[in-house]
Write a protein of this length. Structure first.
Lengths: 289, 348
């Protein structure tokens, strides 16, 4: 009797695994057909065009417009990540500190913009930031400025709108991590005579670092591929890598020229994930645990 | 987040799976244009009447930039589209690269009757639009800028400016600002054009990428003058904004009809192509939208009233004030090199 129990449970487990596999297989097939195959096809195009060629990569690595775009993209992503962290941390902290009802309200406000299209939000920022926009008109009404400020059609406007769009990706992992920090630890710190700020910096902040890293990675990586906000708010001068991808299709009349740029970007993202995974489990970055 | 990438992937899948259309007994074609109000206007003026007259079914599709799709569809060996309405340059370079069918003009009498400048071995002009100098009437109630030299003159005409983030028409405008006559532009002196553009670059607030964006800039007063497509400016003016434009030194551009190489319904496609440039159908187009007919004979049909004709970019008197874009030059190696140079000009 004692032997058959693990046997049947093993069999049961195997059957369950098979069932699970059957259940996810449509999704896997869709991913394979719609993502893996086309991406592979595009990558192939970047090295094969009437014979093997590294021409597309030579261009990416030698012409300085690519270098400028990659540098600008990383600069913008870094700026967006830092600003999102500075804005997002207090929000997540507050949501974690207040009673349940309030935290639900705060998180809903964070997530609410998700339901509005990125395009609409970009246009909303245009209405706020442009020369005749709300902010400039208000400042002129107050007589703070005499000439309208150039708040949009440049990198500044791009960063502002991108931060707004990516902020939830910072707040949610931070909140998830903070939720798991036992409140007793703060009380313990206080009972030992530490000031609230000392407990925060010595206990809470270090414990929330995995969330910081997770949020920063998400925001940074997503920002690397941003297209709509720099296109609409960058005034044509803010050329991020994703825009090079689209422009290369037009310019070189073949997908290879564009996919080489995409492949280099993809590899940089994988490199970042790899580097981050050495410090923290990827499951955590992707918000599973 | 990356619309363009998704777009590319979509077509990659079409290519990978090898899309096929259901072969139907009734004659039909798939016609592709650029969507929006423009395609709606064609449907009323040209597509529905043509379908009725020929007794065929016209399936419509739309895409903002047909070029990548033409490449992928023909490359896959099984195109699903027959006729595309696309900027003339796409038809020309497509023809040279074996992606577009060579036309037999003996089967296209309406096209054969059009002046040489309005057709190519691969295409016939379908409609005209113009890249014009537009301006805010609030900023310039009188003495408005009237030439590209004025646009470049930041002292005499102070104000914020926008240009299209594309070399087409922009290089032509720069050369006209530098004193080149509209009919002496081609082959473009690319070095001279870029040198002139460097001059105005610090004064350009926005380099716009879409027609909608150019309209919004003008409508919101974000810029005081810009290069824009005539139809966009008149649409903004119709909504009540104080804006206007001049056809003087405009750059007359066209889209053309061409047929994909190996199109599934080639014979019907040729028949449709001939019908679509019929002078009367063509004359009906500007009654529905602010674009000029591709077939100049449309102006002789009496369908377009003289007041209306005077507003259209391809009306003979208006056309005379403008430069006619040479798509042959733009699809030549020199033109392609200039297009590539644009990217580094923008990022410098």
């Amino acid at each position: 009797m004692t032997i058959t129990v693990p046997d049947s449970s093993q069999k049961h487990q195997r059957r369950e695994h098979a069932l699970m596999l059957a259940l996810v297989s449509p999704a896997l097939l869709v991913i394979l057909a719609l993502i893996v195959l086309p991406v592979g096809w595009l990558a192939w195009q970047s090295i094969y065009h009437d014979g093997f060629t590294l021409e597309n990569y030579r261009r990416v690595f030698t012409e300085d417009i690519y270098w400028r775009s990659f540098a600008l993209t990383f600069e913008i992503s870094l700026a967006v990540t830092v600003i999102a962290l500075l804005l997002g941390y207090p929000v997540a902290y507050l949501a974690n500190a207040v009673p349940k009802g309030w935290s639900i309200l705060i998180l809903s406000l964070v997530v609410l913009p998700f339901w509005t299209s990125v395009l609409v939000r970009a246009y909303a920022w245009l209405a706020l930031l442009q020369r005749t926009g709300v902010i400039n008109q208000f400042l002129r009404y107050l007589d703070v400025i005499s000439e309208p400020l150039a708040l949009v059609h440049n990198t500044f406007g791009t960063v502002v709108a991108t931060v707004h769009i990516l902020l939830p990706f910072m707040v949610l992992p931070l909140y998830a991590t903070m939720q798991k920090i036992p409140g007793d630890l703060m009380q313990a710190g206080a009972s030992l005579g530490a000031s609230p700020s000392l407990t925060f910096f010595r206990v809470f902040l270090p414990l929330s670092l995995p969330g910081v890293l997770a949020g920063c990675t998400m925001v940074f990586v997503l920002c690397l591929g941003f297209y709509i906000t720099p296109e609409l708010l960058g005034g044509g001068r803010t050329v991020m890598v994703s825009m090079l991808v689209s422009r290369n299709v037009e310019l070189y009349n073949q997908f290879g020229a564009a996919s080489a740029v995409a492949v280099v970007l993809l590899l940089s993202v994988l490199l970042i994930f790899f580097a981050v995974s050495r410090f923290i489990s990827l499951d955590r970055v992707l918000g599973q645990k | 987040m990356t619309t363009t990438r998704n777009f590319g992937l979509g077509f990659a899948v079409l290519g990978a799976i090898g899309f096929t259309t259901a072969a139907d007994a009734a004659e039909q074609i798939t016609f592709v244009s650029q969507g929006g109000a423009y395609q709606a206007a064609q449907t009323v003026a040209i597509l529905d009447p043509s379908a009725k007259k020929l007794g065929i079914t016209i399936n419509q599709d739309s895409i903002p930039d047909a070029w990548p799709a033409i490449k992928t569809q023909v490359g896959s060996g099984k195109p699903i589209w027959d006729v595309v309405d696309t900027p003339t340059g796409n038809c020309l370079r497509g023809g040279e690269q074996g992606l577009i069918e060579k036309l037999d003009f003996s089967k296209i009498p309406n096209g054969a009757a059009m002046p040489e400048a309005y057709r190519s071995p691969y295409s016939v002009s379908y409609e005209f639009y113009s890249s014009v100098l537009s301006y805010s009437q609030k900023t310039f109630p009188k003495d408005a800028p009237n030439s590209w030299a004025d646009f470049w003159d930041v002292k005499k005409f102070p104000g914020r400016r926008a240009l299209r983030n594309h070399p087409f028409a922009t290089l032509e405008a720069a050369l006209m600002a530098d004193g080149v006559a509209p009919d002496k532009l081609y082959p473009l002196d690319v070095d001279r054009a870029f040198k002139k553009l460097e001059e105005i670059k610090p004064h350009i607030t926005v380099w716009w990428t879409s027609g909608a964006q150019s309209a919004q800039l003008l409508n919101d007063g974000e810029v005081d003058m810009e290069m824009a497509w005539n139809g966009r400016v008149s649409a903004v003016a119709k909504e009540g904004a104080k804006v206007s434009f001049t056809y003087n030194q405009g750059v007359l551009q066209s889209t053309s009809l061409c047929i994909l190489k190996g199109a599934p319904n080639l014979e019907t496609a040729v028949k449709f192509l001939n019908e679509a440039v019929d002078p009367v159908h063509q004359a009906n187009l500007p009654l529905n939208i602010d674009y000029g007919p591709g077939n100049p004979k449309a102006f002789e049909t009496g369908v377009i009233k003289p007041e209306r004709a005077a507003q259209l970019p391809s009306e003979p008197a208006n056309a005379a004030k403008q430069a006619l874009m040479s798509y042959a030059w733009w699809s030549s190696p020199a033109g392609e090199a200039a297009e590539k140079r644009w990217a580094s000009f923008m990022q410098k």
